[in-house]
Design a binder for this molecule. Sequence first.
Ligand SMILES: C[S@@+](CC[C@H](N)C(=O)[O-])C[C@H]1O[C@@H](n2cnc3c(N)ncnc32)[C@H](O)[C@@H]1O
Length: 449
Amino acid sequence: MNANAPPLADALHVAASAWRGLRSGNSLDRALAAAMDEFTSATPVPPHPRLAAAAKDVAYTATRHLALIEAMLEKLAHRAPHPAVAALLAVTLGQLLAPRHATYVVVDQAVQAAKAQGETRAASGFVNAVLRNALRRMPTLRAELEQQPTVAFNAPRWWIDRLREAEPAHFAQILQLQRQLPPLVLRVNRRRDSVEAYLQRLQSEGIEASRVGPTAVWLHTPLPVADIPGFAAGDVSVQDAGAQLAVQLLQVEDGMRVLDACAAPGGKTAQLAEIADNLTIDAVEVDAVRAERIEENLRRTHARGHALIRLLVADAAQPARYAHGRYQRILLDAPCTASGIVRRHPDIPWLRRPADVAQLATLQGRLLDALWPLLEPAGRLLYVVCSVFAEEGPRQAETFASRHADARPLALPGIGESQLRLPPAHGSRWLHGLPSVHDGFFFTMFEKT
Ligand SMILES: C[S@@+](CC[C@H](N)C(=O)[O-])C[C@H]1O[C@@H](n2cnc3c(N)ncnc32)[C@H](O)[C@@H]1O
């Protein structure tokens, strides 16, 4: 093990506690934060500075194999172990399935982690036996269990069915891709650097990268933001190449009044200020804590130097509370199931329930209806979701158009159609069309007649 790394036993311990949080319905990030707090308050010395990152890696790795791990545990343990023991076994199996350390180290550290806690101490022999058995049976067991679609695609049955319905020709490819690690993509702030110059800068610092969209640069090996050249100075921001497309499709012109209706953490608000001069932007966000992140992003990217930006903490569905007149462009980057960004958030399929899809589609419809009267005649509204489900995409667009006779579907620039379904992809070269490496999105544009 790396001498500068925290003990794997501690990372397994924190990740196991987060796993329990996840399996009782909390997002993995929230569960990890709670598990770290618990670990810190239970230990007399401050934790290793890299423990949170190591535990996150362990927990995310296990979540990318969740269905396989739980199916393996059913086969390996004759009766259901105590939840704390099951969680420790689960995250440890993740380390055995995606090896980063020698297997004997992983097993030894899991046994140490079991011995270190009251709830698992008596089961340390059992943990050892199950893990050794898992190692012996791993190849056959894995091949056998991967016959089940839920295991092969690491998603619940209903999730797979929804995706098959939305993308009959590509659903298997999408689900396979969603099991991979997410790419780290940057948006180059063209006010500060050209994409070519930024690529050269990366090359001179020995960082491998390639252009994957008009302003998008993919770092082949992810880096912490603190190590990304020019990040702190606002030369670049972390933003998926598909997400970057939204502002590009909105066709904003200098001096326009723009409403960014669901704005946090402010990636697209800052991008708007990068692509046109003297915009007046109302950035609305319902969650006050998330709204603080917009301010941070605006400050870091110097956005206020180029646009008049009002940050409004409000429900976008209640325009009387925030709207300043009418807008020439409206961007609705709506809350959604996030089924297009599972690479980044592998916990999503395990947190959502089938009824969430209809509930979110209803909320999106309500937001669309509330925003539409705010658009000037000849103004344009772009609706975006990072979802690949039909209810939140094409069907949402159709029902919206059927409710509003003055909403004319408008061809998206460079696309030729008024709707763009962008399934997640990891292509090879950007050829001046759609980005080549990106998450899954749906875009549609309406003009007011
Ligand atoms: C997909 S995210 C937006 C990402 C953002 N546009 C960016 O590019 O950084 C959706 C946001 O909508 C916010 N939201 C959800 N319901 C809302 C509502 N009724 N009014 C305003 N914001 C809302 C969520 O809190 C979340 O921050």
